[in-house]
Design a protein around this ligand. Structure first.
Ligand code: NDP
Length: 234
């Protein structure tokens, strides 16, 4: 059966790969991003800032009006604004927290209203291994991504009896625009990954697809690392 899937940050990178995964499976995908760009085959694409809760609510309402109840929401939109904490400005802190954590909550809350009525659904947050391994320069990003774990686990308990699962996928280092300015550091980082290579967006899309599938129906409140072993440490 064709599912209604909302993917935030679907214009490029990991979000685009996730959207393509569901499109290939025959699902109806709604893409949210700032630019409004979306992979070919999306049923609807909307331009919005996920940190704007009113815009987010309106967008989800429109998606539900056009495509029916939401079956899956993938909360993927995110940004980084790295800098050492001592020199991190309030704006650097706020931008990352408002997009990566506030935006995630607004998205999940808006989709939940539809899922609770239907008594089924799957919410998947795209976190990061950053809070688990401690990355200098990412105090804002690590705080936001760690927050997603608490958010997901609290939600998982709130809605478990409604047939809704809530999980986090924590990617390692994935080749996208977000990591394109690493330059020579990329090879150095690849050497730290036990599997010896950076991840590709597809490596994450498959994990998300699994969590949204019936095979994962008994998994909730989980954090699945997809990082080639990077978070195992040395
Ligand atoms: P990209 O920078 O390639 O893409 C980011 C996506 O998020 C774009 O679609 C962008 O839209 C969207 N976005 C950003 N801010 C907003 C906003 N305020 N409102 C709406 N949409 C927004 O990033 P990745 O694909 O690499 O990352 C996707 C997710 O995966 C993020 O949550 C990131 O933290 C996480 N992640 C990435 C890792 C990596 O190594 N790449 C590792 C671990 C986690 P637009 O095109 O309009 O700007």
């Amino acid at each position: 059966m064709s599912r209604h899937v909302i993917v935030t940050g679907a214009s490029r990178g990991i979000g685009a790969a996730i959207a393509e995964f569901f499109i290939a499976a025959g699902d109806r995908v709604v893409a949210f991003s700032r630019s409004g760009d979306a992979p070919e085959g999306c049923a609807l694409s909307l331009s919005l800032d996920v940190a704007d809760s009113a815009a987010l609510n309106d967008a989800v309402k429109r998606a539900v009006a056009e495509l029916g109840p939401v079956d899956v929401v993938v909360v993927n939109a995110g940004v980084t604004k790295d800098g050492l904490a001592l020199r991190m400005s309030d704006e650097q802190w706020r931008e990352v927290l408002s997009t990566d954590l506030d935006g995630a909550f607004y998205t999940a809350r808006a989709a939940l209203a539809s899922m609770v009525r239907a008594r089924q659904g799957s919410i998947i947050f795209i976190g990061s291994i950053s809070p688990f391994i401690g990355v200098p320069g990412q105090a804002n990003y690590a705080a936001a991504k760690a927050g997603l774990v608490g958010l997901a686990r609290a939600l998982a308990k709130e809605v478990a009896t409604r047939g809704i699962t809530v999980n986090v996928v924590a990617p390692g280092l994935i080749e996208t625009d977000m990591t394109s300015d690493l330059g020579a550091a990329k090879d150095q980082m690849a050497a730290m990954i036990p599997m010896g290579r950076l991840g590709q967006p597809d490596d994450i899309a498959g994990v998300v697809g699994f969590l949204a599938s019936n095979h994962a129906r008994y998994i909730t409140g989980a954090v699945l690392c997809a990082d080639g072993g990077l978070s195992l440490g040395h």
